[in-house]
Design a protein. Structure first.
Length: 332
């Protein structure tokens, strides 16, 4: 079975690209924009399925991402690039940099800034990725200064309430649906200009209105605890860290750690720690040379000493055995 399927079509200034992904790491690396440095960790159990659609227009790139598992997405926005995404539907709340994401809420990412998103299952996000300079250049309006837009974006709220982002969400969804149903319309220069005009107007309206309200966030102290836990795990990727190790490093009790991780990820610390280790083991398994390291060798590096239990836990989370992951990678 292939890990993903990709289709690309280009004509003039418009380029369309779609990937169907059956591997969480393929999903993380499927974006056409380079420099995101994304890493996805799967937190809920089952075979992964996701998709990335990108439509590159002269003024901005329209992007839609779907996935069917709870993911922890971590990365950094490329230099000079902003992204604003609206959530089409959520079976439960998601989190963006410590703030709650609801249906039709908007999340704003700014350049050179690390982000962390916890998605729910059945995640569906439509977004625009753009540089203020390119967007304003396509308005053909000398009175518009891209530096002013850039400054407004940098000082805006990073999560915007659905009351103020719904119009932008509707526009992005309409634009995406048009790209799928009648892509020839996007090739018309006047339509491209109209898209840029409408996006700019809705973007500035959303930023202005969104600054008037405060999106409810996580308990700041609990969110800080989780960030410190994440940093500790990232700094010790192949260490078999225990809950006690983490509590000692972060300086909190087990109860405090339990409450923090439960609020942010809706799972226990034990489940979270095991999921992070299993994701790391999976990436290492796909990257190693089968002639030099066995599955057991890789497992030992990640602190898994009982291979039968590892196989059960791995299959429960990813929907396949470690041997099946290795075989797919060899045959890809």
């Amino acid at each position: 079975m292939n890990l993903g399927m990709e289709s690309v079509a280009a004509r003039g200034a418009v380029r369309c690209r779609a990937t169907q992904n059956f591997d969480v790491d393929m999903q993380a690396s499927a974006f056409g924009y380079s420099g995101w440095g994304q890493r996805y960790d799967q937190l809920s159990s089952g075979l992964f399925q996701g998709s990335i659609h990108e439509i590159k227009l002269p003024a901005f790139t329209l992007m839609r991402e779907t996935s069917n598992r709870v993911l922890l997405q971590k990365g950094c926005t490329p230099s000079g690039i902003f992204a604003i995404g609206t959530v089409m539907g959520l079976a439960e709340h998601g989190y963006h940099c410590g703030e709650i994401m609801r249906p039709r809420s908007a999340a704003l990412l700014e350049p050179n800034t690390e982000f962390e998103i916890r998605t729910p299952e059945r995640f569906d996000l439509v977004a625009a990725v753009f540089s203020p300079e390119d967007l304003c250049a396509n308005l053909d309006d000398p009175s518009v200064n891209f530096r002013e837009l850039e400054n407004e974006l940098l000082h805006s709220a990073k999560t915007i309430d659905p009351r103020h982002s719904e119009a932008l969400a509707d526009f992005l969804l309409r634009a995406f649906e048009t790209s799928q149903e009648s892509p020839e319309r996007l090739l018309i220069a006047s339509n491209q200009k109209q898209l840029a005009e409408e996006f700019y107007a809705l973007l500035t309206e959303t930023l202005s209105a969104g600054g008037d309200t405060q999106t409810r966030g996580l308990c700041p102290n609990r969110e800080r605890i989780v960030r410190r836990v994440r940093s500790f795990l990232d700094a010790n990727p192949e260490s078999a860290l225990s809950i006690t190790d983490i509590c000692d490093e972060v300086g909190v009790t087990r109860r405090t750690l339990q409450n923090a991780i439960q609020e942010v990820f809706s799972i226990s610390p034990q489940h979270y720690l095991k999921a992070i280790r299993l994701n790391g083991f999976r990436r290492a398994l796909k990257a190693c040379d089968p002639g030099r390291e066995s599955i057991g060798d890789v497992a030992a590096r990640w602190g898994f000493w009982h291979l039968s239990q590892l196989a059960q836990d791995y299959r429960r989370l990813f929907g396949e055995l470690p041997s099946q992951t290795r075989e797919r990678c060899l045959n890809a």
